[in-house]
Ligand binder design. Structure first.
Ligand code: SF4
Length: 480
């Protein structure tokens, strides 16, 4: 049974994965990774893993479940070493319930062991796997991460150096990837030539850390230094930090959904704190789609900063109208049929006293299939709301993602086939407005060319092979 309890597939883009890597002699490395993974839990709740090494031996623990479910105090005691990597996983390829697909993945290169963990998605996995199989490489799992490990392994043996192996693998891999990899003595981290998925570099005294988000640096007391650049490879070892441009950068295409929804509000990307960007998105929404109302509420958690921004800009009071059952959607316990019928109530509970007799502006980050928004609006009306005006702080999601975010097939995306008015009718809102691409980009302080915006405009920064595209594109091709 799938470990999700509201629907078989959640009605919003699903997070990708979180990665963490550290080289820190003298520190309790497994404990630091554990806390780093805690901070990255929102990026993946299906499995968690930590690999550490002490210069000679590598130890790995990974399991299906949340970080605190996978690691007990006694486990951390057995994970001894000064170098390590960690991972929280949401599956975008391969089965979500297979231990083999949990990360880090291990492989051997000669007498060395390597462990690898990855955030993103390769678009040429099948092609790469087929060519590796033809060279006699065997695969145990169905993930692109294992293909990466095998590629690095294969080319390291050919080149005689791990960095040479990584460089060669990066030349062949197409898609989005932010990777942490380790040997018994060092951590390597590298990012795809378009920089689609984030990867931050931090410093803890004399030691170095890489992590998907800066909130994972903050939690261990590390200082954020900079983002890794597109196509950059770093090595963290006794020699300190070594960096190289392993493959030429092809541009900057950071996933816009990191700003809209995925990343934690206290994380920083492109020199911008996401909480501030989300507040500005809400303020822009208030300017572009004003409405008469009594109360602005956000759909927790990611809708809250934008709701605050909307309220400030419009002068309509902000209030809390929905309480979130924070952890229920992340459990592996399947609900009874009675509970399942409660649907959205398992996650969000309306605060009747705040909503009754009020005309609401409800701010949310996105609408994917529309089912959850429709249930939410019904719930708010049941709780006594007089009117529900939905304000969405991203443009309509019309195109599927191939870069590690689970946004369904194009057919399942409600905005791919319906006009805004048709979506409004479907969800049952009194009014509905989306933020424009320009307003969304401006709110981040960046430029259009710094982002992947493909799920909004169909303009994919990394070409998608026809065979892969066909799996998700049930409708027409994007217009030029
Ligand atoms: S297609 Fe959308 S979700 Fe995927 S990387 Fe681009 S902006 Fe992010």
């Amino acid at each position: 049974m799938e470990p999700r309890i509201l629907d078989q597939r959640p009605d919003r883009p699903e997070e990708a994965c979180g990665v963490f890597g550290i080289y820190a002699p003298g520190e309790e490395v497994s404990r630091l990774i554990y806390f780093g993974l805690h901070a990255l839990q929102h990026r993946g709740q299906e499995s968690a893993g930590i690999a550490v090494a002490d210069g000679h031996t590598m130890t790995l623990r990974k399991e299906l479940g949340l970080v605190p479910q996978v690691f007990k105090e006694s486990d951390l005691g057995t994970l001894d070493g000064f170098v390590g990597i960690g991972h929280t996983r949401y599956s975008t390829t391969g089965s979500s319930t297979s231990w083999e697909n949990a990360q880090p993945m291990l492989s051997s290169i000669g007498s060395n062991t390597i462990a690898l963990a990855h955030n993103g998605n390769l678009v040429n996995t099948v092609e790469l796997r087929d060519s590796m199989r033809a060279s006699g490489v065997r695969f145990r799992s169905t993930t692109d991460s294992e293909v990466m490990v095998s590629l690095v392994d294969h080319f390291t043996q050919q080149h005689g150096s791990i960095r040479g192996g990584i460089r060669e693998a990066m030349r062949l891999m197409r898609g989005a990837y932010s990777v942490v990899m380790m040997t018994e003595e060092a951590v390597y981290a590298f990012r795809d030539p378009n920089g689609v998925r984030p990867l931050a570099l931090g410093r803890l005294g004399e030691n170095w850390i890489v992590a998907s988000e800066t909130c994972a640096l903050d939690i261990v007391g590390a200082e954020f230094v900079r983002d890794l650049g597109p196509g950059e490879l770093v090595k963290l070892s006794a020699a300190g930090l070594e960096s190289e441009q392993a493959v030429p950068a092809e541009g900057k295409s950071l996933c816009m959904f990191e700003f809209v929804y995925f990343a934690r509000p206290d994380s920083q990307m492109y020199d911008c704190t996401l909480h501030e960007a989300r507040q500005r998105m809400g303020a822009a929404m208030a300017r572009s789609a004003p409405v008469e109302a009594d109360l602005v509420i956000g759909v927790p958690d990611s809708g809250t900063p934008a709701a605050i921004g909307y309220a400030r800009e419009s002068g309509i009071p902000f209030g809390e109208g929905l309480a979130k059952n924070r952890y229920v959607g992340r459990t592996f316990i399947s609900p009874s049929e009675t509970l399942r019928q409660q649907g959205i109530r398992l996650k969000l509970n309306p605060m009747r006293h705040a909503l009754q007799g009020r005309r609401l502006v409800v701010v949310d980050d996105s609408i994917v299939r529309g089912n959850t928004t429709r249930k939410l609006i019904a719930l708010l009306r049941e709780a006594g709301a007089l009117a529900v005006h939905m304000r969405i702080t991203s443009p309509p999601v019309r195109w599927p993602c191939f870069y590690g975010i689970d946004t369904d097939t194009q057919q399942q995306l409600i905005a791919s086939a319906k006009t805004v008015e048709e979506v409004r009718q479907f969800i049952g809102a009194d009014s509905l407005a989306y933020l424009s691409i320009d307003d969304m980009v401006t709110a981040t302080g960046g430029r259009r060319e710094d982002y992947c915006l493909a799920c909004f405009n169909g303009d994919y920064p990394v070409e998608i092979p026809e065979s892969v595209r066909a799996g998700k594109m049930a409708l027409e091709e994007p217009s030029a």
